[in-house]
Ligand binder design. Structure first.
Ligand SMILES: Nc1ncnc2c1ncn2[C@@H]1O[C@H](COP(=O)(O)OP(=O)(O)O)[C@@H](O)[C@H]1O
Ligand SMILES: [Mg+2]
Length: 586
């Protein structure tokens, strides 16, 4: 496990080793005073005459050891922290590198919560291992070991007696873990449940309030918090007697040495000065021993976290090359494309072609796989079967970066960075001037709502764009796509959150922008795509049929169903004239 982590230490591996050495010498300084104490005691026991300078020198030495111990221990800790945080930095950088190579879709699925936990909390927990468990644990364990060996040279019988308390301590420790483990599952289960309930409670606050379910929801929240408390206390209750026992027995190496040793001295098997020396030595090692063992309990958990991090870093990377786009034109072809999220296949062999400059619409019931298809086209995921080509070149034979240059993609979920809206739009074309950005914003119907914002286009978007409504976010994303002006355009329900008035204007803008481009559009309103060159009807991950609006209306049952459903819902529209407008555009 140490090796696993130290692989990321780089040049700081040496610093880690140095910190161990420094800490080791620090702990030796902590044990030495007990030897001086013995030297002070010896004249009393043997009747040997010593002058005041003898005593003064020992007292001074003890004081110096104290100062040195403090200095070296702190120095060792600062070295180990220095090495640890640099290693964590390397770990995070390498984690980020791996993440960058992974399919964007996979990263999105993980969600910000679990990625944050991994990048921040899990990596941080390794600090305990590197800055404390490794140097402190090792140094604190090594010194008692040396001292015990030294004891054997003084008097092996007394040394053995000093070791007697250890097995007892370990028995108590083992009993504690046994007792703890039996309650562990329940404890972790309760902790998980509480976490989920709290997250749910906070995320669902809006729904809870709107539907007046405060009472219900709060009761569940309270229940889970209480059960977490009960399980935690349960866990401690079975553990604490053992914990107390081993904490008191383990460092108490004099437990047997004192009574049995005294008897040995009385019987003449050992000498009094030796007994005093061994006692002094054993007093010195109790504290370091306990400290080193306290790190043991955290090891299994750490191992678990490190393995999880490594596992993430081993996940398959997105298939791509360094080559740039070299397709013959901007045609799109899907050849028997299959795709599965985790295990479940959601696209079962989709094949179609889109000629350069044509408009292809994807329609189908919710969950039929339209968005998935769009995500595969922008290479958010690798297909699990078949292939996708642009101008004859496979997506896997070019870099994602060069693919990105060819495609403007407006996804169903809009994400804005927390920077000004101007900069958010400019992402579409980093070299664009403010005027160009503004022009794109106006085209995307942002003008009206931007003028209402206090700082206009310079307003900050808020985390993920939460300052704006869904429709407003969509318009910013569209402005970005308009500015980018890429030869292929993929729109996934780009106007779904807009009111009919804005939608009409937006569709006009879109109609203008997509002139001469290869376009794949997923439309939530069928009226807007009746003029498409071809319409692909998706049904549960299969291509049910493909053709123009008239052709499909004549022969495709799935399309007829969709069309009738659309007509039906259109009758529900509040503004009758909005319908006509919808029918006209695109
Ligand atoms: N991230 C995901 N993980 C697992 N399953 C998913 C994920 N996204 C979509 N799906 C599933 O894939 C199928 C197709 O979804 P999607 O492409 O979003 O459909 P559409 O856009 O047509 O509504 C659905 O069954 C959906 O539940
Ligand atoms: Mg969708």
């Amino acid at each position: 496990m140490f090796q696993q982590v130290l692989n990321y230490a780089g040049e700081y591996r040496k610093t880690t080793y140095l910190s161990i050495a420094v800490m080791l010498s620090g702990i030796i300084m902590n044990v030495l005073p007990f030897l001086f104490l013995y030297q002070l005691l010896r004249p009393l026991l043997t009747g040997e005459a010593v002058g005041p300078e003898y005593i003064l020198a020992r007292v001074l030495a003890i004081a110096v050891c104290g100062v040195l111990y403090a200095f070296l221990y702190v120095k060792g800790l600062s070295l180990s922290h220095n090495a640890a945080y640099h290693t964590l930095q390397n770990l995070r950088i390498s984690l980020q590198g791996k993440l960058e190579g992974q399919p964007l879709g996979v990263i999105q699925e993980k969600g910000t919560g679990s990625l944050k936990k991994m990048f921040i909390d899990d990596v941080d927990s390794i600090e305990l291992l590197l800055a404390h468990a490794l140097p402190e644990g090792l140094a604190n364990l090594a010194v008692p070991l040396f001292v015990f060996i030294a004891m054997f040279f003084v008097d092996w019988k007394l040394a053995l007696l000093s070791l007697c308390s250890l097995p007892l301590g370990f028995v108590a420790m083992g009993a504690m873990y046994q007792a703890g483990i039996s309650k562990m599952d329940a404890y972790y289960g309760a902790a998980r449940k509480m976490n989920n309930t709290i997250v749910e409670y906070i995320n669902g606050m809006e729904v809870v309030k709107v539907f007046n379910r405060d009472g219900d929801s709060y009761r569940r929240f309270e229940e889970d918090v209480r059960s977490y408390r009960d399980f935690t206390l349960d866990w401690y209750k079975v553990c604490w007697p053992w914990m107390a026992l081993y904490n008191s027995i383990l460092p108490c190496t004099a437990l047997f040495t004192l009574p049995v040793g005294a008897w040995l001295v009385l019987k003449g098997f050992s000498t009094l000065p030796d007994l005093a020396l061994v006692l002094c030595m054993s007093f010195g090692v109790g504290a370091p021993l306990l400290r080193s063992l306290s790190f043991m309990s955290t090891m299994p958990q750490l191992k678990y976290k490190i393995d999880a991090l490594e596992h993430l870093m081993d996940a398959p990377a997105l298939q791509q090359t360094d080559a740039s786009f070299s397709g013959a034109d901007y045609s799109i072809s899907f050849e028997d494309v299959r795709f599965a999220y985790q295990e479940k296949e959601v696209l079962h062999g989709i094949s179609f072609q889109a000629a350069p400059g044509s408009l292809t619409a994807l329609v189908g019931e919710s969950g039929s796989g339209k968005s998935t298809l769009a995500k595969l086209l922008v290479h958010y995921y690798d297909v699990t079967g078949g292939s996708i080509r642009i101008g004859g070149q496979r997506l896997t034979d070019m870099s994602v970066e060069s693919l990105n240059k060819q495609i403007s993609y407006v996804s169903q979920e809009q994400f804005l960075f927390n920077m000004s809206l101007l900069e958010n739009i400019r992402l579409g074309k980093p070299e664009a001037s403010d005027e160009e950005v503004m022009a794109a914003a106006v085209k995307a119907q942002c003008g009206e709502f931007l003028s209402r914002l206090p700082e206009g286009i310079h307003t900050m978007a808020g985390d993920g764009g939460k300052q704006l409504s869904g429709g407003e976010r969509q318009r910013i994303s569209l402005a970005r796509a308009i500015l980018k002006d890429a030869p292929i355009v993929v729109l996934d329900e780009a106007t779904a959150f807009m009111d009919p008035e804005n939608e009409e204007k937006m569709n006009e803008a879109i109609g203008e922008v997509i002139q001469g481009k290869t376009v794949v559009v997923i439309a939530h309103r069928l009226y807007s795509i009746t003029g498409a060159d071809q319409i692909c009807v998706l049904d549960q991950g299969r291509l049910a049929d493909m053709g123009t609006h008239e052709e499909l209306l004549n022969r495709c049952e799935a399309y007829q169903k969709l069309w009738h459903a659309a007509e039906h819902s259109a009758r529900w529209a509040v503004k009758p004239d909005a319908l006509i407008q919808e029918g006209e555009v695109l």
